[in-house]
Design a protein around this ligand. Structure first.
Ligand code: HAM
Length: 426
């Protein structure tokens, strides 16, 4: 039997991992600049956490969750997103309150049973932030600015911030009614999914990507026209702050997010470089979620970035990262005695932060030199019988081809290969 990765999943191969590491490093750095602390939550949670938070009529809950009973019959789900798990962890560990700002971030895999296509996988990775405790519109703007700054740090261009307000408990029913009234006439011409959405969750219709439906959606009422005074004021302030922060945005009054927990601000950062799945980042405010998950009333705002989509853009734009894990020192040995000495020396090198490698394949000296070349080693240190007698090996600088004799006990203390660990792992 030939095994392959499950449909919609992919291996991240050694050629690609330097780019992933660099992206993750940038995320840690930029999130830290904005005072976010990392949180790691389990990959699976009680199913109810997601059905209650994301919404039972959303596509994610209806069709996309990997849900299974454990051996005791408890229903568990591989996390399709991480906002709800973070809220759960905060409540369980008392991390948040209504009078303190708590800022958390995460990086990790998510799981959605979607139809795989470019930009859409069944296992994908997100880096996200969640800020709890403040309803200040300036914080919404800061969160959006953080997304933009992260992409700038990664060298991504041609991105656009789309922003909308989806209102609150007070104004959402007003908008829902306006939408129902508008679509009532035309729903018979729209797709089967939209017909279902019309009955269960009419706002979801705005998210439909089917071309025949789009022409009706484009003329639908905008949520900003149904906002209550408070939401309207909040929205005006968010865009005001974005303006004074110099963040360029576009008001997209058709923007509806695929999760039900949003209130007021909803936004996406989209790339012109991607096809149909063009959102690299999605987020917004969710002021009721903590309370809906049995906590106090604590407002919150956040976003998540789809890392596969970031990688795709970086590959398209040939934004190559220099963080390749290179070997500084390769020790080539001839014979068992030389191998023992070589083994001691690579151990010492690694203890001193110098990346080092030797041969475990019984290769000839010529083949070992070739292997060192393939690894792009800075230096090769050669030990054969003669060198053992002299207690000194031959150090070849692979960049200049210069050779010189270096005693065994001076190789590491001299840092003879002239570089420390070049893989940037500090
Ligand atoms: P989301 O819009 O569902 O939001 O996902 C955020 C990002 O994850 C998307 O913009 C996209 O880049 C990426 N993404 C989503 N699904 C897939 C997929 N199947 N394959 C590849 N990439 C994908 C959330 O998940 C919210 N939890 C974001 C949030 C945080 N809101 C507030 N805080």
């Amino acid at each position: 039997m030939k095994y392959s990765a499950p449909r919609g999943t992919h291996d991240i191969l050694p050629d690609e991992t330097p780019l992933w590491q660099e992206i993750e490093k940038k995320c840690h750095k930029v999130f830290c600049l904005y005072n976010y602390k990392e949180i790691r939550t389990p990959i699976f949670e009680a199913t109810e956490l997601f059905t209650r938070s994301i919404g039972s009529t959303t596509d994610i809950v209806k069709k996309e969750m990997y849900t299974f009973p454990d051996r005791k019959g408890r229903s568990l789900t591989l996390r399709p997103e991480e906002t709800a798990p973070v809220v759960r962890a905060c409540l369980e560990n008392n991390l948040i309150s209504a009078d303190n700002l708590t800022k958390l971030y995460y990086i990790g895999p998510m799981f959605r049973y979607e139809r795989p296509q470019a930009g859409r996988q069944r296992q994908f990775h997100q880096a996200g932030v969640e800020a709890f405790g403040s309803s200040d519109p300036a914080l919404d703007a800061e969160v959006i600015q953080l997304g933009v700054k992260l992409f700038e740090a990664l060298g991504l261009k041609e991105l656009e911030v789309d922003i909308n307000s989806v209102g609150c408990k007070k104004c959402q029913p007003v908008y829902r009614e306006a939408i129902k009234k508008y679509f009532k006439e035309n729903i018979k011409h729209m797709c089967e999914d939209c017909k279902q959405r019309f009955e269960q969750n009419p706002l979801r219709i705005l998210d439909c990507k089917e071309l025949p439906c789009r022409k009706y959606i484009e003329k639908a009422p905008a949520s900003v026209d149904s906002l209550c005074g408070e939401c309207k004021n909040h929205f005006e302030q968010v865009v005001g702050w974005l303006g004074s922060l110099g963040v360029r945005y576009r008001i997209n009054d058709r923007l509806i997010r695929g999760l039900d927990y949003y209130t007021k601000t909803a936004f996406e950062i989209v790339s012109k470089q991607l096809g149909a799945q063009n959102a690299v980042c999605g987020g917004g405010r969710y002021d009721n979620l903590v309370e809906e998950l049995e906590g106090k009333s604590i407002p919150a705002v956040g976003f998540a970035v789809g890392l596969e989509r970031v990688v795709e853009i970086m590959n398209n734009e040939k934004l190559i990262m220099k963080n390749e894990c290179k070997i500084s020192l390769y020790i080539a040995t001839i014979g068992e005695d030389a191998k023992k000495i070589g083994f001691d020396l690579i151990t010492k090198a690694r203890e001193n932060g110098i990346s080092a490698e030797m041969d475990y394949m019984g290769k000839s000296l010529k083949a070992q030199m070739k292997a060192a070349d393939r690894m792009k080693a800075d230096c090769v240190y050669i030990i054969g019988d003669d060198e053992i007698k002299k207690k000194a090996g031959i150090l070849k600088d692979m960049r200049t081809a210069e050779q010189r004799e270096v005693p065994f006990d001076e190789l590491i203390s001299q840092n003879s290969c002239g570089s420390d660990c070049s893989c940037g792992c500090e």
